[in-house]
Design a binder for this molecule. Structure first.
Ligand code: ZN
Length: 582
């Protein structure tokens, strides 16, 4: 039996899989688009239907097969991408279970456990007495039965261990239940983390349950408990990369080319229910780099609809600055006093629409709050106002936009634009992305030698006739890995990657697919043979220079050791090689 991976690949076409996420256009034998993984103006992202592979020749240099694409664009692990594509292809993974042992990792166990927990809470909401009270409360707040179902709301009973008992009876260990973030410690024993709460399951991009938020409900509401609690970070749930509602908002985000960011679960559900489906919530109001990266796949227009009193918080401000720096255009939806998006959207949908359409720029918001806080007629306060606003202005990547705010600030403070620009130069803003995240984005820089080796292979793909110029002796100076590749190609007598599949391991095949596509995609300036020969020559020279460098080191150490005989031999060798250079 073929592996499920092969089965899926034979049933699906990469153009359809990728085309489901990005708009592809025909470009010769390939398809192309603007890369969904990095910002670019000219499309350098290519898909090859012939080789069933994709590659970005722009900034991010990502590439691979359809599985790799889904993993990248959905932010999934391999096992999850496999499930998603299997579903799309109509391949039943259970048929392969024996051979798929590895995919059923701890992660899968935790996913199954979380799904069961969600079902448990749903049942409690539907059929327990307390659950019915919770259902009534939701109805009073305007939530429809369909929404309760769509967002899979539930109820967590108030007695200490109902969920733990249920999951244990289904064969899950305490360790697993606790790793899924569903337990808490009370008087030295484990109890349910969520007790007497209305439950909001949190989903990943493929709508699988990965965690929960719980709103206190019932008598417990009178006690001094947090109104909302969430799953702590677990192997499944990382709050810095989750946006609540994103799995359901994706199409709407694309369509509206904008995203409304609200604060709470209720806000997301009620706004979405009112027909404005381009809405998500971050856990807390501070946006993280990972969340922004996720959002950027769909839109660069962000409207904030939450209590802007918190916009002065350092965390919130940092998230907003980060979004500005990443090129997002950010607006502020000003809410009527004492109302939250859930209320407005469900009570007055037309007002919600108006508020969203009338949203002002975040910079206008910060201008207004700085000008309200200080008296701009006082020199000292002018300085304070500029100190609040300049770091924000400094982060705007587009210089035209930046210039607009410079002008505005100059006008408000009644100073010259030049003065503002000089001050702007003095502002030091620290990079907001953490080092770790920045590293992920920077492709490894290739050395000259690596570039030449790649070029050498690429030129072969462009003109397979050049194969006849090669024999193993001619390329004896190339690294062993490259020699092996050439030997394999010579033996197969072809550069058709499909014909090389039985010759090379997958890693090599991926490289060859990448080079084949690059050769097709690049403009051919008609100097292939010439470039090929000079490429080989330069590689040979690099090899000789390396040998000479190594000899120099050996010569120096022979000198230090006063080993005359060795020194003489080394010198002779050095001269011979040097002569060959000329
Ligand atoms: Zn790219």
């Amino acid at each position: 039996m073929a592996s499920p991976i092969e089965e899926i690949k034979s049933r699906l076409d990469i153009a359809d899989v990728v085309g489901g996420y990005v708009k592809l256009q025909k470009a010769g034998a390939n398809l192309r688009a603007r890369c969904p993984f990095h910002a670019e103006k000219t499309p350098s992202f290519f898909v090859s239907p012939a080789r069933q592979s994709w590659h970005c020749f722009g900034g991010c240099s990502k590439g691979g097969d359809m599985f790799k694409f889904v993993m990248e664009i959905e932010g999934m692990e391999f096992g999850e991408a496999l499930k998603l594509l299997a579903h799309k292809a109509g391949v039943e993974l259970t048929r392969y279970e024996g051979s798929m042992g590895k995919v059923s990792t701890e992660r899968t166990r935790l996913q199954e456990l979380s799904e069961l927990a969600a079902q448990f809470f749903e049942t409690q909401l539907a059929s327990s007495q307390k659950g019915n009270e919770a259902k009534e409360y939701l109805a009073q707040r305007g939530m429809s039965v369909e929404s309760v179902k769509k967002w899979r709301l539930g109820y967590a009973p108030g007695n200490g261990k109902a969920l733990i008992d249920f999951l244990s009876s289904r064969g899950y260990s305490m360790g697993e239940i606790s790793r899924a973030g569903l337990t808490a410690q009370s008087n030295n024993s484990s109890v349910d983390r969520f007790r007497s709460r209305i439950m909001f399951p949190v989903f990943d991009l493929s709508s699988q349950v990965i965690g929960f938020g719980g709103r206190i409900f019932g008598e417990k509401e009178k006690e001094d408990l947090s109104k909302y609690i969430n799953t702590p970070n677990t192997p499944l749930y990382d709050k810095s990369r989750v946006l609540y509602g994103l799995d359901k908002a994706r199409v709407a985000l694309h369509k509206a080319d904008s995203c409304v960011l609200v604060e709470g679960y209720m806000d997301v559900i009620m706004v979405s229910q009112a027909g404005f489906e381009n809405v998500v919530a971050s856990s807390g109001t501070a946006l993280t780099p990972l969340q922004l990266k996720l959002l950027k796949r769909y839109t660069e227009n962000l409207s904030l609809a939450f209590d802007m009193d918190s916009a002065g918080d350092n965390a919130t401000k940092r998230g907003i600055e980060l979004a500005i720096e990443s090129g997002f255009s950010i607006k502020v939806v000003s809410m009527p006093q004492g109302k939250d998006p859930a209320d407005v959207a469900s009570e007055q949908p037309s007002l919600w629409k108006e508020l969203c359409e009338g949203a002002g720029s975040i910079l206008d918001f910060y201008f207004a709050s700085a000008l309200a806080k200080f008296d701009k007629s006082l020199p000292e306060h002018k300085r304070k106002i500029s100190q609040e606003l300049l770091p924000m202005i400094k982060r705007i990547p587009n210089s035209i936009e930046q210039s607009h705010w410079v002008q505005k600030l100059a006008k408000e403070l009644e100073v010259s634009e030049q003065t503002i620009r000089e001050e702007l130069l003095k502002v030091r803003v620290s990079p907001l992305e953490s080092k770790e995240e920045a590293l992920v984005n920077v492709p490894v820089k290739k050395t000259r030698k690596e570039l030449l080796e790649e070029r050498f292979l690429l030129l072969l793909f462009r003109n397979p006739g050049l194969l006849s110029e090669l024999d193993m002796e001619r390329i004896a100076f190339l690294p062993a890995s490259l020699q092996e590749m050439v030997a394999g190609i010579l033996k197969a007598g072809s550069l058709d990657v499909a014909k090389l599949e039985s010759v090379f391991p997958e890693e090599t095949l991926n490289l060859l697919r990448y080079l084949a596509m690059k050769a097709e995609v690049e403009e051919d300036v008609g100097q292939t043979e010439l470039e090929f020969r000079s490429c080989l020559l330069e590689l040979e020279l690099l090899d000789v220079r390396k040998k000479l460098d190594m000899l120099s080191v050996a010569i120096r150490s022979a000198e230090q050791q006063n080993d005359a005989k060795k020194l003489e031999a080394l010198m002779k060798e050095f001269e011979e090689i040097s002569r060959s250079l000329k």
